[in-house]
Ligand binder design. Structure first.
Ligand SMILES: CCCCCCCCCCCCC/C=C/[C@@H](O)[C@H](COP(=O)(O)O)NC(=O)CCCCCCCCCCCCCCC
Ligand SMILES: Nc1ncnc2c1ncn2[C@@H]1O[C@H](COP(=O)(O)OP(=O)(O)O)[C@@H](O)[C@H]1O
Ligand SMILES: [Ca+2]
Length: 600
């Protein structure tokens, strides 16, 4: 018999329950007067949080009554499927009453032993960064009132840094001692997550002695997990990996040590790393929206909607050449009407291909060498394989490593994309008329297929290149100009800090390039803005060049090479659970029984 097996009849309130701990689950079944089984509640042992003697309030220090016959179990509790709380997790607290103190002690001992078995995969000590200015500026409050009490309940200690400047979190992770931390957590938006992402990837490559600049290098996967407490404007990474934007749900994923691998795209310019991205590398519409939104930061999260309308009305499209390395179509396709859900098979099969020798060799046997390197391994020589080239005018060019679902678009930019399959989806929206483009955008907000339009194409890819048409390339003059201003901008940040203002958000990309003396920095972008944007969206002189939006950061260059690195980082998450809020109502039939966020 399992050493953790225990079974008793206990009371919860006035009702009698058959309570069983079987090593995998802790469950209690209501018994009626005839001892017949009624409703069962079952909690996986991996979702137990704490076990206490006595009757305990949610905060363990506030015991209501220390009773010799009682014990209290705290565990993850899921919101009702299909209800308004679908996908949300809360803390469930159940107080059991035993017939003797001995039985009580037996239960507490066994449950604690079960919890102990899980402790190896759970974090004990966390490094937490709070952006006090993200989203609606409620980061500190969210942490203090919602997150911290739960960490305390779970016995997790946290070292908290409330940031005072952009890039502080990234620099801390890159340079400071991290021994003893089992994870880093951000309280903020996608920009804050991006800081942690850059810190964790950079630190791991430094320690492995690898160059992040060379796009052909196989980067070292990162061990330090990242947790995201959503408190930003879009919170797309949280939404797409958890299914909801809810600080309590995310805290519980951290507490139980969930682990979700995530693909990361590295963006390079002239063999220099510009930035990493997980959600959106977007040129044209999304670049323009971001650029415009920076001037309206005071509006908070609404700035994107306002800027979206302004940019939509400006009706722009841009010329360029997009090249891409297709992924192996046999594994999956962006139009296969599936969704990457928790425990996704496509992603777990990719894990084998990406990291195990046997997986790689079995793959080699069924595909040609060049196809194998395109999708089957982390081998950077793939960049020599066959590129497909497309040119023309585009409303937008978007690359996303995952669905990029967010509250604005519950199924995301590419609803069938996978979190951890080593590929990204490239979406090309050609120059359609204004109504057509609106139709495309609008389909992001409902269950209609945004790829089922004649001017839209989607490709599953391993790498993407973008270049401006001949004659519109980035000029050397611009590059030199920008280098000077790039240095100036850092001084500017310093000044803002001295004057007690919020420093400008521009950060990682600018500094990545500026620090190496190779980049153009934001100055270039600002000048471009002066020329192209400040005249307003109604201006008749349409700009010929847009900017890249890389997870909410404007890139300081236009010609780029992007490469997807399969499962480079790990989050405290588990992907979207089937039946949780964002369950696709496009899968199978259009009927979702009211279970998805679109129809519930
Ligand atoms: C007509 C309605 C159209 C709705 C179109 C919704 C498309 C949403 C796609 C969302 C992709 C999200 C990718 C994530 C990006 C984030 O990393 C990044 C940073 O986030 P942070 O500030 O939290 O740090 N966020 C962004 O770059 C924001 C992109 C948001 C674009 C929203 C655009 C709204 C467009 C509204 C257009 C309205 C046209 C109306 C015409 C009358
Ligand atoms: N203390 C700070 N002062 C100014 N900027 C900061 C600070 N902390 C973080 N940032 C920067 O603010 C940007 C936006 O933060 P984020 O948390 O993503 O909010 P939002 O989702 O509203 O954009 C990030 O790029 C981050 O680098
Ligand atoms: Ca992917």
């Amino acid at each position: 018999m399992d050493p953790l097996w225990l079974e008793s009849v206990l009371r919860v309130g006035k009702k009698r329950y058959r309570v069983i701990l079987d090593g995998l689950h802790f469950s209690w079944t209501h018994l009626d007067k005839q001892n017949r089984d009624k409703k069962t509640v079952s909690v996986p042992v991996s979702e137990l949080i704490r076990v206490e003697e006595g009757r305990v309030k949610i905060q363990p220090q506030k015991k209501v009554e220390s009773s010799e016959h009682h014990f209290t179990v705290f565990s993850v509790k899921r919101g009702r499927c299909g209800g308004s709380s679908a996908g949300l997790w809360t803390v469930g607290r159940t107080q059991f009453s035993c017939s003797s103190r001995d039985i009580r002690d037996q239960w507490v001992t066994q449950l604690r032993a079960a919890l102990m078995e899980k402790s190896g995969s759970r974090p004990q000590r966390l490094l937490v960064f709070i952006n006090p200015y993200g989203g609606k500026k409620r980061g500190v409050q969210i942490y203090r009132t919602l997150v911290s009490p739960l960490l305390e309940l779970a016995g997790i200690s946290a070292h908290v840094v409330v940031t005072e400047r952009a890039n502080q979190a990234r620099d801390h992770i890159l340079k400071k001692e991290l021994t003893g931390f089992d994870g880093v957590v951000c309280v903020g938006g996608d920009g804050m997550f991006s800081e942690l992402l850059h810190g964790v990837i950079g630190r791991t490559q430094q320690e492995a002695g690898l160059s992040e600049h060379d796009p052909t290098v196989t980067l070292q996967p990162c061990n330090l997990h990242i947790g995201i407490i959503p408190a930003g404007s879009t919170d797309c990474v949280c939404f797409a990996t958890v299914g909801v934007n809810d600080p309590i749900t995310s805290t519980l994923h951290i507490i139980i040590g969930d682990s979700q691998p995530l693909d990361v795209c590295s963006v390079h310019h002239l063999n220099t790393l510009v930035r990493y991205s997980v959600s959106l590398v977007g040129y044209g519409f999304y670049g323009d929206v971001l650029a415009e939104s920076e001037r309206h930061r005071w509006m908070g999260p609404l700035r994107y909607d306002y800027s979206g309308c302004m940019v939509y009305l400006s009706n722009r499209s841009y010329s360029g050449t997009v090249q891409f390395l297709p992924a192996v179509p046999q594994f999956s396709s962006p139009r296969d009407n599936t969704r990457c859900l928790s425990g996704c098979q496509v992603c777990s099969e990719s894990t084998e291909r990406l990291f195990t020798q046997s997986g790689a060799s079995s793959h080699t046997s069924s595909y040609s060498t060049s196809q194998c390197s395109q999708d089957g391994s982390q081998d950077g020589s793939q960049l020599d394989a066959d590129w497909v080239s497309m040119e023309g005018r585009f409303r937008c060019v978007s690359l996303t490593c995952m669905s990029s679902s967010c509250p604005r678009s519950p199924l995301g930019l590419s609803p069938a994309a996978h979190l951890a399959d080593g590929t990204g989806d490239l979406i090309l929206v050609r120059d359609a008329d204004a109504m057509g483009f609106l139709k495309y955008l609008h389909r992001h907000t409902n269950a209609q297929d945004q790829f089922d339009l004649p001017f839209v194409q989607v490709h599953r890819v391993r790498a993407v290149r973008f270049s401006l048409p001949p004659g519109e390339e980035e000029s050397e003059e611009e590059e030199e100009e920008a280098e000077d201003i790039g240095k100036g901008t850092e001084g500017g940040e310093g000044r803002a800090e001295q004057e007690g203002e919020r420093p400008t958000r521009r950060s990682v990309s600018q500094q990545h390039l500026a620090e190496r003396g190779e980049g153009r920095g934001m100055g270039d972008y600002r000048k471009k803005k002066k020329r192209d944007f400040l005249c307003g969206p109604c201006c008749s002189r349409a700009p010929s060049v847009s900017v890249w939006n890389c997870d909410g950061e404007v890139l300081p260059c236009t010609d780029i090479l992007c490469r997807v690195h399969g499962q480079l980082v790990r989050l405290f998450a588990r992907g979207i659970e089937d039946g949780a809020g964002t369950r696709s109502c496009r899968t199978g039939s259009r009927k979702c029984n009211g279970r998805c966020v679109l129809h519930s």
